[in-house]
Design a protein around this ligand. Structure first.
Ligand code: ADP
Ligand code: MG
Length: 729
């Protein structure tokens, strides 16, 4: 009998739901209790210092040493009072997760007595040992060290871990020569650019707009699996996905999981997750089952992009911790189970003004609708121009399983806007040159007086589109569940900033020639619609027809990561990112290299794990069972039951075939890996890992192993089966 698997199953039968208690009945009593937010600053800082910090947060002003010291003192007092013993600069290296290096508040004075110390300089800057974080070659050519620098726009927070509490300070991570080594630094630059560009464009419509803030609401999908079962699957523990496993008789075909009632153990997990999130000021509001069994989703209320992304990263971290308390393993992999839906993030994105307007919300007033159309069409144009970069920004080994696999948006970037807005754009496009006379209703003449104010309820929900307009925001749906949103948000916001700048120049040029402002705006928008309408697609993004149609329209379909990442070497991308000072060429090159390396390592680890499980777990189990069959056949023969051995001999032969195929394929795969490992060029190596290793061997090996799973005695099978992983809790 497979003791590991059956022990795990036995553990599961004795599971008790973990009781969860909220600190108070009212969420408002403890919401943000672990965050040093503006309110707490206001209470603890002098009004001069507070105003300076507020300006730094809201207007990006720099902070001097005096202010930093004051903030550090207030932070320390608050954190120690809450039980914190250590502080850390919390940052997002290019490895895709978050990193911390803890330092104690402790210092020892010359007389030997201990004091609690935390200075402004320690708040502003730290030097973690950067040499073990990926830098894509930047640090080889420059200084070997990097430093982290405080991002005052994202509030410091307390993180509970075991019995300890640590003060976490969100920071950027840069090399000594100033190159960004993380995800946050370029994002902050992109957000600043879009703010400046959008504010400028807003002046055409409303002079009181002085700031535009991009907003992000990130829906997060995930799987929850019992930890005892997950622990005895080496593929899940090492790669985050199942490399083997036959589809269960019941999968998601009945659609009975989606929006069904949440199972009670999961419910308790979600309750505790919400409590922990609320303490950290993460505004989780939605929770529901997803399409696949054991798949769920949570979503917060949207926030400013940088904070929203920090919150998403932090949330994933908290989710892992809370899951462990409930004896679950949480899976953020994009495709943990073959033939079942994978997980993604949906990045809902819009632009908010300091006057409280959403620039992507249509209005009942024609004048405001010209503003809406301006931002709407410019976003479409931006995504059209830089579709390859946006595709590259969501590329990863895990996401390759989703994109274009009939469950997530395809690798072709298209935009869905719904029937009504399609009609509006059509009319605008075909309106021809407009002559506006004195006394004319200009908006009626321009044909933009009829946009229905509330599109929210009647925008069709096309779930097959990677980038969809959903009434008052765009939704980038193709982001991987494990991803850091900063990559795609940097791409999108930079593209939009660049586009808005170009728009402004073109409109101003017409105005200078004496064209009326509104007419000039519509003229340019019309050009944009004509140029970019090829990216608009309302049909089924999963269909084969779309793949053909998209090719005819000249839209790229870069299916695998190594090819998708080529966008980072395109002149167009380099020009976009450098001319907007979001990244320099060195940084772009480094990122390209790091993403390729990440891809190579992921496939390499999967390949190793795969051959290990096949050769050391599955083949021996099959041989053991085969021996039982042989004994059985011999026994029957001794009794003279020749006829009865026939079926058994066929089974023995079948099993034998699968075993030898597994052994042969594993051997060949390993040999091929040795060859591929010697390839010097990183891109060539990544392509070889994709085409010569993954595509050539993974499915084949899996096919034989999964066949064996159907033939071998259930008692002997070592790996928890799909039905156990997905339906037992
Ligand atoms: P869905 O039907 O796609 O689940 P929801 O209305 O639940 O749509 O919203 C999904 C996410 O979109 C939420 O996180 C929500 O806060 C966010 N969202 C709503 N409005 C905006 C906006 N203006 N900017 C960014 N995100 C937004
Ligand atoms: Mg959604």
């Amino acid at each position: 009998m497979s003791t590991l698997r059956f022990n795990a199953l036995a553990q599961l039968q004795n599971r008790q739901s973990r009781k969860v208690e909220a600190p108070s009945e009212l969420v408002s009593d403890y919401y943000g209790s672990h965050v040093f937010d503006l309110n707490k600053m206001k209470k603890t800082l002098s009004s001069v210092v507070f105003k300076k910090v507020e300006r730094a947060i809201k207007e990006g002003e720099s902070i001097d040493e005096y202010v930093a010291d004051a903030v550090a003192t207030a932070l320390k007092t608050w954190a120690i009072d809450k039980g914190a013993t250590h502080y850390t600069h919390w940052f997002q290296p290019l490895t895709g997760s978050t990193a911390e290096k803890h330092d104690a508040f402790l210092d020892v004075s010359p007389d030997g007595s201990a004091i609690e110390k935390f200075k402004g300089s320690a708040l502003i800057r730290q030097e973690p040992d950067a040499s073990s974080f990926p830098s894509g070659g930047i640090r080889q050519t420059f200084e070997a060290r990097g430093y982290t620098a405080w991002d005052p726009t994202s509030p410091a927070f307390l993180m509970e871990n075991g019995n300890g509490i640590t003060l976490c300070i969100p920071t950027v991570f840069v090399s000594y020569t100033g190159e960004a080594l993380d995800n946050k630094a370029p994002l902050l630059k992109a957000l600043e650019k879009v703010d400046i560009a959008a504010t400028e464009v807003c002046q055409y419509f409303d002079k009181s707009v002085t700031k535009v803030t991009p907003t992000l609401g990130c829906e997060q999908e995930f799987f929850l699996i019992d930890s005892a079962l997950a622990d005895v699957r080496p593929d899940l523990t090492i790669t985050g996905r199942t490399l083997f496993g036959r589809k269960p008789a019941k999968g998601q075909q009945l659609d009975d999981h989606y929006f069904g009632s949440i199972p009670s153990r999961v419910q308790h997990f979600l309750q505790e997750l919400e409590i922990e999130s609320y303490k950290l000021g993460i505004p989780i509001t939605t929770r529901h089952n997803e399409v696949a069994p054991s798949q769920f989703e949570v979503a917060p209320i949207f926030e400013e992009v940088n904070v929203a992304n920090d919150h998403n990263q932090l949330l994933m971290d908290v989710m892992e911790k809370v899951a462990r308390r409930h004896e679950f393993k949480i899976l953020f992999h994009e495709k943990p189970f073959a033939e079942l839906n994978g997980s993604g993030k949906h990045n809902n994105w819009a632009l908010a003004t300091n006057t409280g307007k959403n620039l992507l919300a249509p209005s009942s007033k024609a004048k405001e609708n010209l503003q809406f159309l301006t931002f709407f069409v410019n976003t479409i144009k931006a995504v059209y121009e830089h579709a390859d970069l946006i595709r590259a920004s969501i590329a990863s080994a895990g996401n390759d399983h989703r994109l274009g696999a009939n469950e997530a948006p395809p690798a072709i970037l298209s935009i869905f806007i719904g029937t009504q807005l399609t009609n509006v754009l059509n009319e605008l496009e075909h309106n021809g040159d407009v002559k506006v006379g004195k006394g004319d209703n200009i908006y009626m003449k321009l044909g933009i007086d009829k946009i229905p104010p509330i599109l929210l309820d009647n925008t069709d929900r096309n779930r097959t589109s990677p980038f969809a307009f959903t009434g008052n925001k765009f939704e980038l749906r193709a982001v991987g569940s494990n991803a850091n949103n900063a990559t795609s948000m940097t791409a999108l916001n930079t593209a939009v900033a660049d586009q808005l700048n170009k728009f402004k120049i073109s409109v101003d040029a017409q105005i200078d020639k004496g064209v009326k402002k509104e007419v000039a705006i519509v003229n340019i928008l019309r050009e944009y619609i004509q140029e970019s309408k090829n990216i608009l697609f309302e049909g089924n993004g999963y269909s084969d027809e779309w793949v053909d149609e998209a090719a005819k329209r000249g839209l790229n379909n870069r299916k695998s990561t190594p090819h998708a990442l080529d966008a980072y070497t395109d002149k167009k991308t380099i020009n976009l990112l450098t001319s907007n000072s979001v990244m320099n060429e060195q940084e772009i090159k480094a990122r390209h290299e790091i993403m390729l390396e990440d891809y190579i390592m992921k496939i390499q680890i999967e390949a190793r794990t795969m051959t290990d499980i096949a050769v050391n777990h599955i083949a021996p189990t099959a041989i053991k069972y085969q021996n039982t069959l042989i004994k059985n056949a011999k026994g029957l023969k001794e009794l003279g039951l020749e006829e009865e051995t026939k079926e058994i001999v066929i089974s023995i032969k079948n099993i034998s075939n699968h075993i030898s195929s597994i052994k042969r394929l594993s051997y060949e795969l390993t040999q091929e890996r040795k060859r591929v490992n010697k390839i010097k060029n990183t891109r060539d190596k990544a392509i070889a890992y994709c085409e010569d290793i993954k595509e050539k061997y993974f499915d084949q090996l899996r096919w034989h192993a999964d066949k064996l799973e159907t033939m071998i005695d259930d008692q002997d099978w070592p790996l928890p089966k799909y039905r156990e992983l997905l339906f037992l809790r």
